[in-house]
Write a protein that binds this ligand. Structure first.
Ligand code: CDP
Ligand code: MG
Length: 766
């Protein structure tokens, strides 16, 4: 076996990172000398819109001064005129007419299911009715019990709390607050809390009977998110133990199964007027749905009667591009058409920008001129979670980006797929919520009737269950199989196996000490493990920043006309060894350069999206608190030391050893788990095609891409993963054969080291 050993030793030396790092550091120095590139007018395009913000802006900054001070008095509350307008509008909501009926049913029952179409006032009004009914005084310092209202995404929780605070004329964070992953805005005064469904589950880990709540409202139940599905099961157990607790389930569609699930709980419907909606289909299938959406918006603006437009697209970058192109196209039409306000909406948009979707369309430029229009371009967030008034035209390209989990091979994908018929109908109904409307479907009628599922599968059937199983283990829920009530057990078995491979569960399926620590982080199990074990690789500081940056999407904001300049700028941050290191460089440089929020020129010149970096900084602070609560050591690895790359890569692998791909002879990458052919995502910054890569996620478009990748060494894989992990678990492949060889080599090395130490021990003394 000596030749094998020799080959690998040479191989390892040739790939030594310390040599490569020195070269890069030198070339990096050269790049830093470049003259900065200015982006004229960047601020107008939203590239850096935050100079007006307060220094300690929150993740979702609810500082009203950043929205508009109009309508507010000095103490931050609404002035009386604006408040009375809001109250007047609130009285017109359908749900107000059924207030007494609702309270009557709630008084008599522990559980109630409430169904009402989007915009009927469920999210903003029902929690206020409940507050009134239970006389939870809003003025007392420390309320005994609160009302919780869950939302499927952070944007919805923040937006609802803002609106309700306005209606109650209080400041967000006081009587009405919100709690989302990585941010709490509540106080001792809080009596009504809007929170994401995932946060409520996390709160249950600290207080299993959720004693702090008198009433729990599960909103947007029709979205059937993973956390909501699990909450139903968990709350059913809690309701049995807490007869004083009441549960309200709210949904936009009738969920008959829920009624059965909660032992025949009463179902109450909110009566709403739905205006007629004309539906139009294309004659031929449309392949470029982005282009078709843009064309449709421009045509509606030119030809149709007044009324606002809502267009659905899939991804944030697509939405931003669409807004940019729509603005260009409409700009070309000059004064022939009315003014437009183009707003985009996605689930991570900060509230000052979210609030724009509720503002009215701009007035005509001249009296009797063509009418102004508001154009909202959104992901599914605008489908039900946020209800926008005065929409008369909906453009539905018929696609949605969703997570899919292939439980046979254990691989999760982010994929654009056709929307189901029920979602398409939901989108169309939005056009007729406040006025009669039209819905333009950018697909054929045949495709609507034949190519689509009737309903979207609940998230629990298309997700990796690892995170949720970890929480349920921590909650000590007995008999998970029965509790989760899944049609097939494959996904649950996979999740249990993955958690045990990560070391979070022992042989009997109980939580280990490592698992217990991992459950305290609001992260997926792999990322949590990477963080918990990072001190072992002397790099918890760096891994913390990497985790925070992985939560930050769309770091760079580059207008098309600056693409060339961007390549130069990008080179300032790039580490060709791995995108994770590039992210780390961006974070470190951001911290070094942003000293005062008043001067964001560094962000402008580097095309950096300030609010994204700011939120990453906030995520990091929260993770630091989690670390200190768990007593995990903070340490850092020296940037120019020979160990820098090795330490960070090994810590990443300790969490993500299941997500590695090998470059096959054919020139394609093959994932070790699931044997999927994948390609490096075009956004990667790697300096070539390394033999082994660890990756963060798979994105499926025309092909399967691995996004955020890092060059790693084969021998580390067998070192860091559990013994014989790859060989026991995965089908035969070129990668597996190499790993087998590496495993053998490792065995040899260990034997050799044992011999060495034996020989040393018996060296005769002179
Ligand atoms: O939950 P549901 O869809 O039934 O309605 P809602 O979210 O309570 O919204 C009721 C009304 O409040 C709608 O007309 C919304 O446009 C409005 N609203 C608003 O103006 N600003 C917000 N931040 C939230 C809601
Ligand atoms: Mg709602």
């Amino acid at each position: 076996n000596k030749p094998v050993l020799l080959v690998f030793l040479c191989f390892s030396l040739a790939r030594s990172r310390s040599l490569k790092r020195v070269t890069l550091a030198v070339s990096g120095f050269w790049f830093w000398g470049d003259a900065p590139i200015r982006v004229p007018g960047a601020r107008d395009r939203g590239i850096s819109m935050s100079t007006e913000r307060k220094r300690n802006a929150r993740l979702f900054d609810v500082d009203r001064s950043s929205v508009s001070s109009e309508g507010y008095s000095l103490d931050g509350k609404l002035d009386s005129q604006r408040h009375s307008d809001i109250l007047q509008k609130r009285e017109t909501l359908p749900v107000r007419k059924q207030k007494n009926e609702f309270l009557d049913v709630l008084k008599k029952n522990q559980v109630i299911i409430l169904v009402g179409q989007t915009g009927s006032g469920k999210t903003t009004q029902i929690p206020q009715f409940v507050l009134e009914a239970f006389e939870v005084e809003t003025s007392v310092k420390r309320p005994k019990m609160m009302v919780a209202c869950t939302q499927p995404c952070p944007v919805a929780a923040v937006s609802a709390s803002q609106r309700v605070a306005e209606e109650m004329n209080v400041i967000v964070g006081e009587e009405v607050g919100y709690s989302i992953c990585f941010e709490d805005n509540i106080s001792d005064k809080t009596v009504l809390k809007y929170l994401t469904d995932g946060m409520l589950l996390r709160e249950a880990m600290a207080k299993p009977l959720l004693e702090m709540y008198r009433v729990i409202i599960i909103d947007e139940a029709h979205e059937r998110t993973l956390a909501t599905s699990v909450l139903f099961g968990y709350l059913k157990l809690v309701l049995g133990m807490r007869p004083d607790l009441k549960l309200v389930v709210m949904s936009a569609t009738v969920e008959a199964k829920l009624q059965d699930y909660f032992d025949g709980a009463p179902l109450m419907k909110i009566y709403c007027v739905q205006h007629p909606v004309d539906i139009f289909y294309t004659m031929k299938p449309e392949s470029d749905f982005l282009g078709a959406t843009i064309r449709s918006v421009v045509e509606i603006h030119q030809r149709e009667e007044p009324g606002d437009i809502l267009a659905f697209l899939t991804r944030q970058e697509e939405i931003e591009e669409a807004c940019h192109r729509i603005s260009e196209e409409i700009g070309k039409l000059g004064n022939k058409v009315g003014p437009v306000e183009i707003v985009y909406l996605h689930s991570t948009l900060p509230p000052d920008m979210q609030q724009k979707i509720f503002e009215p369309a701009p007035p005509p430029l001249v009296e009797d001129g063509p009418p102004g229009r508001k154009i909202v371009v959104s992901t599914i967030t605008a489908e039900t979670s946020l209800s926008i008034d005065r929409i008369a035209y909906v453009i539905d390209p018929g696609v949605v980006e969703q997570k899919f989990y292939d439980s046979r091979v254990g691989v999760e994908f982010l994929m654009v797929s056709p929307v189901s018929r029920d979602r398409a109908d939901m989108r169309a109904s939005l056009a007729g919520r406040t006025v009669p409307g039209k819905c333009f479907r950018l697909y054929t009628e045949r495709s609507y009737n034949q190519d689509r599922h009737g309903q979207t599968d609940p998230e629990i059937l298309r997700s990796n269950l690892g995170s949720i199983v970890l929480i349920l283990k921590k909650l000590e829920v007995p008999d998970l199989r029965h509790f989760m009530n899944l049609p097939a057990e494959e996904a649950l078995t996979r999740a249990l196996k993955e958690l045990s491979d990560l070391g979070a569960l022992d042989d009997k399926g109980n939580l280990t000490e490592l698992g217990n620590m991992m459950s305290k982080f609001p992260l997926d199990p792999q990322m949590a493990k990477m963080l918990v074990v990072s001190p072992g690789f002397n790099c918890s500081n760096e891994i913390l920043s990497i985790c925070a940056m992985l939560s930050a999407k769309f770091l760079f904001l580059v207008p098309n006309c600056f693409r060339e300049g961007f390549d130069k700028v990008k080179a300032r941050f790039v580490d060709t060894d791995g995108d994770y290191l590039t992210l780390l460089n961006v974070y470190n440089e951001f911290k070094r350069n942003i000293i005062a929020e008043e001067d964001l020129s560094w962000c402008d010149t580097n095309f950096i999206n300030y609010s994204v970096l700011k939120s990453a900084q906030n995520v990091r602070q929260h993770l630091v608190q989690c670390m200190s609560r768990c007593g995990i050591e903070m340490c850092r690895t020296y940037l120019y030391g020979p160990e820098y790359y090795d330490n960070i890569s090994k810590a990443i692998l300790a969490g993500y050893f299941m997500q590695v791909a090998h470059l096959e002879c054919t020139g394609d990458y093959l994932t070790v788990k699931g044997n999927q052919y994948v390609h490096l995502h075009p956004s990667n910054f790697l300096g070539g095609k390394p033999e082994w890569v660890v990756y963060n996620e798979i994105v499926s478009t025309s092909m399967n891409f691995i996004r955020t990748a890092m060059d790693v060494r084969g021998e580390w894989l067998v070192d860091i993963a559990p013994p014989r992990y790859y060989l026991k678990n995965f089908p035969n492949s070129e990668a597996k054969q190499i790993l087998e060889l590496l495993e053998k080599w490792k065995e040899e090395q260990r034997k050799w080291e044992r011999e060495e130490s034996k020989n040393k021990r018996y060296v005769p003394r002179k």
